[in-house]
Design a protein around this ligand. Structure first.
Ligand code: FES
Length: 362
């Protein structure tokens, strides 16, 4: 088999530590402890290897990546290696001096997450008093520093009606781009699905609000919109296809094709402490497991869209159908599609309390 083209993006999860406890966090239920995190020199070697194999962008993420005091050093190293760098942050640890250090190190872009526009609701979702006020201040500091800013709002049944106000806030804060992204349901999101899953009327209302804002803000601010695929007929091309465009490195150095891949049982994940990044990308069993189309079962194998959706999401297939190589149950042709329709039908009228993301709460 010929070597696959290099990935475009690397998600560097520097730490799982975070002051927030969002109930839809994309981190695994078993969080990595600080004592086992990769060191500065280990991350620097990974960044060099990534640039050498053709990766274009590094997204510094977490947890909260600003919990790592060596972040400016890593940003500088990425810039020197020729990588475009993006910081994915909650903003609650941003101060003027730390932001200036990142800008001086060559940071290209910041993606700042918000939980809501209503401060009480936002702080409740993040389970951190005062978080929303800190984020507003962070946005002000970022634009004053001249760094390009994207705002990310995670949408669910407990904040969906405030999407129009979220878009107004993004405009007021000077964001160039805003993401209105509905929660996806694996890991903590799956654990809290009944507390998060919107109904169809909420999806329609948010779709209309985004369409109206796109018209109003054309040429001034771009809007990305991600719907929950539970209400779609066809699966999403998760990660742009398994092992095709993206790789994820966990705080302890495991290399994954997606952020939820650790849910797949009986797999030994390769680690940058034991092997080179290019060799892992090209040859490791986990990256080749669902690469391309040969692994696909029916009805995916004979589907006209198999090279558009690449079989959907493997982690969702595992979560809902019990097998990572099953057809993604979101697809209306999948044998396990009823898992999705039942989750929607059995959604309780009143959302249950959140199970917050924190060490030991899974
Ligand atoms: Fe793992 Fe979609 S999240 S394949």
């Amino acid at each position: 088999m010929s070597a696959p083209p290099p990935p475009m993006s690397l998600l560097a999860e520097l730490t799982h530590r975070c002051p927030l406890q969002c109930p839809y966090c994309s981190n695994p239920l078993m969080l990595d402890p600080r004592t086992q995190e990769l060191s500065t020199t280990e991350w620097q070697r990974v960044l060099d290897e990534a640039a050498l194999m053709g990766v274009l962008q590094v997204h510094f993420s977490g947890g909260e990546p600003m919990a790592r005091p060596d972040l400016p050093e890593l940003v500088r190293h990425a810039a020197q290696a020729g990588l475009y760098s993006n910081l994915i942050t909650s903003g609650v640890l941003i101060r003027q001096d730390t932001l200036r250090a990142l800008a001086d190190a060559g940071l290209d872009h910041i993606q700042l997450s918000f939980q809501d526009v209503d401060p009480a609701s936002a702080d409740r979702i993040a389970n951190m008093a005062g978080a929303h006020a800190k984020k507003l201040e962070a946005a002000r500091l970022i634009t004053a520093e001249g760094l390009p800013l994207t705002l990310n709002f995670v949408i669910h049944r407990q904040n969906a009606e405030r999407v129009p106000a979220m878009l107004e806030l993004a405009e007021q804060l000077g964001a160039r781009r805003v993401e209105i992204a509905h929660t996806q349901y694996y890991g903590w999101g799956l654990l809290n699905r009944d507390a998060l899953l919107p109904d169809r009327a909420q999806i329609e209302a948010t779709t209309e609000a985004v369409a109206a804002a796109r018209t109003r803000l054309a040429g001034r601010m771009s809007i990305d919109f991600v719907t929950p695929d539970y209400y779609e007929d066809r699966p999403k091309p998760c990660m742009g296809g398994w092992g095709q465009r993206f790789l994820n490195i966990t705080p302890t150095g495991k290399v994954l094709p997606c952020h939820a891949a650790e849910t797949i049982p009986d797999i030994t994940f390769p680690n940058v402490r034991e092997a080179g990044l290019a060799a892992i990308w090209e040859d490791s069993p986990i990256f080749n497991l669902f690469r391309g189309t040969e692994w696909m079962p029916e009805p995916c194998q004979s589907c006209a869209f198999k090279e558009e959706d690449w079989g959907g999401c493997r982690c969702q297939a595992l979560a809902l159908a019990g097998k990572a190589d099953a057809a993604d149950p979101v697809c209306h042709k999948a044998p396990d599609h009823k898992q999705v329709t039942q989750a929607i039908a059995q959604r309780p009228q009143t959302p249950p309390p959140f199970r917050y993301r924190r060490f030991g709460n899974a």
